[in-house]
Design a protein around this ligand. Structure first.
Ligand code: ZN
Length: 305
């Protein structure tokens, strides 16, 4: 799509050599995955519906991850910054030993309630980045999260498209339609980009409307673990799960949180690993001396955009 046309780098010889190894890795990843590395024209129409199979959803996320990697290799950092691309990985350090949990892609019957129960058990604040069309389908769950007191409802677009594949006008409509759908007593003022794929136009719109944009320090990669709690090599490579954690979702999250000394964690209420293991992650981090904080805590403001 036209939105994607950023100037590719003109590479020096040494840079080419340096990138050759990365290229080989990507070729390996592609061959292993058995899917094209970067589709010439990812089909935004896929985003028109919300009901994807688990495999379809994983394939979409994998493609977005690999496209991000390809752009970071082949497009100058300055050009990416000028186009406000890929800003969702927070580069500033979080407040030491403080964790904020975030749950995307709900509300989801049966699952939103489970997350709420676990948070209540430990008196933890979380952020639920909801999809507008699902809020419309399940207003009772939106009310339930809101009534839970200190949980925050954030805007995660209307239908969860890749913002790099749709026009600025469509992007704005994704944000505003979700805001209009929220019950009158809820005014979302936090936004998270689907797939973390940001744009300058939406950044401007969000800031003009009083939003803060929330990325993450730690990606739980919950989507990449299968029912048996394992990640295969292609998903591990795509999401950054270290080999020793390919059968250990909890270990991956804990190790990433320790490495960052806390931070905002990206999770999804629609993925079974998060539902099953949230309790265990919380208990481990508390035992490690970490504290669960709220995203509107003053100490976390430098982590937001
Ligand atoms: Zn999402």
């Amino acid at each position: 799509m036209a939105q994607n046309q950023l100037a590719r780098k003109s590479l020096s010889f040494s840079r080419r050599n340096r990138l050759a190894a990365l290229g080989a890795l990507l070729v390996f990843a592609t061959a292993y995955a058995g899917t094209p590395l970067i589709p010439a024209n990812p089909n935004p129409a896929q985003d028109a519906g919300l009901s994807h199979s688990r495999e379809e959803e994983r394939a979409k996320i994998r493609i977005v991850h690999l496209k991000r990697l390809d752009d970071r290799i082949n497009i100058e950092q300055k050009a990416l910054q000028e186009h406000c691309r890929y800003e969702s990985d927070i580069s500033t350090a979080p407040p030491a030993k403080r964790i904020v949990l975030t749950f995307d892609d709900g509300p989801e019957p049966g699952q939103t309630e489970r997350i709420l129960d676990t948070l209540k058990k430990y008196d933890i604040h979380g952020v639920f980045f909801m999809i507008g069309a699902k809020m419309q389908q399940h207003p009772e769950l939106v009310d339930k999260v809101n009534a839970a007191g200190h949980q925050i409802i954030g805007n995660h677009s209307w239908r969860h498209p890749n913002f790099h594949d749709i026009s600025p006008g469509e992007q704005i409509s994704e944000v505003s339609r979700t805001e209009e759908t929220a019950p009158g007593n809820i005014v979302p003022r936090l936004f998270r980009y689907p797939y973390g794929n940001s744009s300058c136009e939406t950044n401007d719109y969000l800031h003009a409307h009083g939003y803060r944009i929330v990325g993450w320090h730690v990606d739980s990669c919950d989507w990449s673990y299968d029912k048996a709690g394992e990640v295969d090599a292609k998903e591990a490579l795509s999401c950054g799960v270290l080999p020793q954690f390919r059968k250990d979702f909890v270990g991956h999250v804990i190790s990433a949180l320790r490495a960052h000394n806390g931070g905002i964690v990206l999770m999804h209420e629609i993925h079974p690993n998060t539902l099953k293991k949230l309790d265990e992650i919380i208990v481990s981090m508390l035992a490690d001396g970490f504290v669960f904080a709220a995203v509107d805590d003053p100490d976390f403001q430098t982590s937001l955009r």
